[in-house]
Design a protein around this ligand. Structure first.
Ligand SMILES: [Ca+2]
Ligand SMILES: [Ca+2]
Ligand SMILES: [Ca+2]
Ligand SMILES: [Ca+2]
Length: 640
């Protein structure tokens, strides 16, 4: 979240950069050159260029306008109807004078009570008065899904209000008891909320050794060493002294970092000291050991980490690690299988965009949008930078294809946060969503073509490597203007259509219900790992073939911006009414083929046991709705 318009430094940057911007897309030699120079100067000079404002017919910035009267109806904003509108996010002051204030918080989707319906955990920020003990702190929300389209906030009763200056939330069943636990990243100590199976949680972060106490952002669970227990990676953002905050628009050697297009704004992150990242190995007994250094993922440059996700990017069965860094190169670590990782950030092409520039990365989406069996990555970033689609060309070699794919130019005015791949129309091809919103309130006072509150962006996959922006039809969820931050994707209403929940800065959240009128078929798999896999199957990969189309789905924890998505693997099937084959690669290494007897429902599949339950909301028979939604989420650990 760095001002791309740092005027003074830009003079040098612009001269050096303009020709490269135009010609170097996909050009590997200039890419490498830029990469080298920028690694030496991470404080640096990279900017996306200066862009003229894009206005709509009513002279509004395109980020807060561009609506059409008639067009597709994909999402409806059901926040109020769902009962989410009375909870408010709050972070610092409205003016956002210090970097602690504008980043906002994440959101996690999890079924905390194992009733088969996704619940929503929204992280809250805090205020200076609350930290000083003068006022009641803003509290996180845990919205229980009432199965009827409404939700009830049970955070107090559940003991997960956090009451700290919060940023991220990630889900993982770290103790393999069949009940999802929540890790909350804060400015200050973090929380590990252990699920007590009775609707309550207990914060065991201190006891488990994962509390830290710095400024943490997005985290991710993944079993990097294959011992069947989920390990935890936590990004570190900025080293921040609450008592000596850098004043806006000022500073000595860092003055240039406190301006945006010549106007004074909050300082940072450039010019500020970063924090290192942390990898915690799960000891299997409720405690973790910090192995960041040994594993080679501590990020000794202390870049400004905002989001992270474990995912098998080179298809060797071991989870690799992608880290989105703000205003500094991204990290991509390849899991070597011996407890350590190889830093492939630059070599993989993920550290920079195709112009060889470090971007202010906020979020990471992971998905196989080409249906070629490989996981691609899409990063959100600052306004005046295009959003970056990294195509996986095999063995974790990534190519920036944003321009060819059609997501580059249109995303430039937007400042994007929570993002991800989702197949919103169930045609079997993964689409892309961005939640957006600026960090500087002053952008609304200037004709810069961007706005503090922004509309979300949805791109439709055209099945040929290209995407089309879905128009923002008035009255629909794509024509809302919000200060979006964290976003999570999942089938919140169990009807096979992927919905989006967004945590907005200083306001109520937004629940976008997917009402796309397609009649396409679908299927979802809730995976349960066996004794040698994490119980929640994080790290599992599913290959499903229907109508001759082979799709890939992965169970991933984390990603987006400091958020966590539905663990159930979702497949749109187009007009296929049956599934030809399903192959599951479990984290244990076991590969299993199963056959699905029907579609348009959610199957529970347990490693080594096949289908153990199903849920079909649209089925007429009441019994089908209640048949074994859950394999026994037992009270005792499932391994010795
Ligand atoms: Ca639930
Ligand atoms: Ca648990
Ligand atoms: Ca492990
Ligand atoms: Ca699609």
């Amino acid at each position: 979240m760095f001002s791309r318009r740092v005027i003074l430094i830009s003079l040098v940057a612009l001269l050096a950069s303009l020709p490269i911007r135009v010609e170097s897309r996909g050009g590997s030699s200039s890419h490498a050159q830029m990469a080298n120079s920028q690694e030496q100067q991470p404080g640096g000079t990279s900017t996306g260029g200066s862009f003229a404002p894009v206005l709509d017919a009513q002279k509004r910035p395109i980020t807060a306008g561009g609506f059409v009267d008639n067009g597709p109806v994909v999402f409806m904003d059901v926040t109020k109807k769902a009962g989410l509108v009375n909870w408010r996010h709050k972070m610092g002051t409205a003016k956002k004078l210090y970097i602690l204030e504008p980043d906002g918080s994440g959101v996690a989707l999890l079924d905390y009570d194992n009733d088969g319906w996704l619940d929503i955990y929204l992280v809250n920020g805090s205020t200076y008065d609350a930290l000083a003990g003068k006022t009641t702190p803003p509290r996180a929300a845990l919205f229980h899904n009432n199965h009827d389209g409404t939700f009830t906030d049970v955070a107090e009763k559940a003991g997960v209000t956090n009451d700290r200056w919060g940023f991220g939330a990630v889900v993982g069943d770290f103790d393999n008891d069949g009940w999802p636990d929540i890790y909350v990243s804060n400015f200050g100590k973090n929380r590990l909320y252990h699920n007590n199976h009775d609707g309550t949680f207990t914060d065991v972060a201190e006891k488990a050794g994962v509390a830290l106490g710095i400024w943490s952002s997005g985290a991710t669970f993944g079993d990097y060493d294959g011992d069947g227990f989920l390990d935890l990676f936590v990004t570190g953002y900025v080293h921040y002294d609450m008592n000596r905050p850098p004043a806006p628009g000022q500073g000595s050697e860092t003055a240039d970092y406190c301006q945006f297009r010549g106007a004074p704004v909050m300082c940072g992150p450039r010019g500020l000291k970063g924090e290192r990242d942390h990898l915690f190995h799960n000891n299997g007994n409720g405690t973790f050991t910090d192995v960041s250094e040994k594993a080679g993922v501590s990020g000794p440059n202390a870049y400004y980490g905002l989001a992270a996700v474990f995912a098998d990017l080179n298809d060797d069965g071991k989870p690799d690690l992608a880290v989105a860094n703000d205003s500094t190169p991204n990290y991509l670590y390849i899991n070597k299988g011996d407890g350590t990782f190889e830093d492939a950030s630059a070599a993989s092409g993920y550290a920079f965009n195709g112009d060889g520039r470090e971007t202010a990365s906020m979020g990471i989406g992971v998905g196989d949008y080409l249906n070629n069996g490989r996981l691609d990555l899409v990063n959100s970033d600052f306004s005046d930078d295009y959003k970056v689609l990294y195509r996986n060309d095999g063995d974790a070699n990534f190519t920036d294809v944003s321009y060819e794919a059609g997501i580059a130019s249109v995303t430039i005015p937007f400042l994007s946060w929570g993002n991800g791949f989702l197949d919103y129309d169930n045609d079997g091809w993964k689409d892309i969503f961005f939640a957006n919103g600026h960090i500087y309130p002053i952008v609304d006072d200037h004709p810069w073509g961007t706005s503090f509150a922004q509309r979300p962006l949805l791109f439709h996959n055209l099945k040929n490597g290209k995407f089309d922006l879905v128009p923002a039809t008035k009255g629909t969820g794509l024509a809302i203007v919000i200060a979006g931050r964290g976003a999570a994707f999942g089938d919140i209403f169990n009807n096979g259509k992927i919905d989006v929940i967004i945590n907005n800065e200083d306001s109520a959240p937004t629940l976008l219900r997917n009402v796309n009128p397609d009649k396409n078929h679908w299927v979802e798999l809730k995976l349960v790992g066996g004794p040698k896999s994490p119980r929640d199957a994080v790290g599992a990969t599913v290959f499903l073939t229907a109508n001759g189309l082979r799709q890939r789905g992965d169970v991933l924890s984390g990603g987006s911006y400091a958020s966590s998505n539905d663990f159930r693997v979702h497949f749109g099937l187009g007009d296929a009414t049956s599934v030809e084959s399903v192959e599951i690669h479990w984290p244990s290494g076991a590969k299993e083929k199963i056959s699905l007897p029907s579609v348009d429902r959610i199957f529970t599949v347990e490693e080594g046991k096949g289908i153990t339950g199903e849920l079909c909301v649209s089925c007429k028979s009441q019994s089908a709705m209640t048949t074994g939604q859950h394999p026994q989420a037992g009270n005792s650990p499932h391994r010795d």
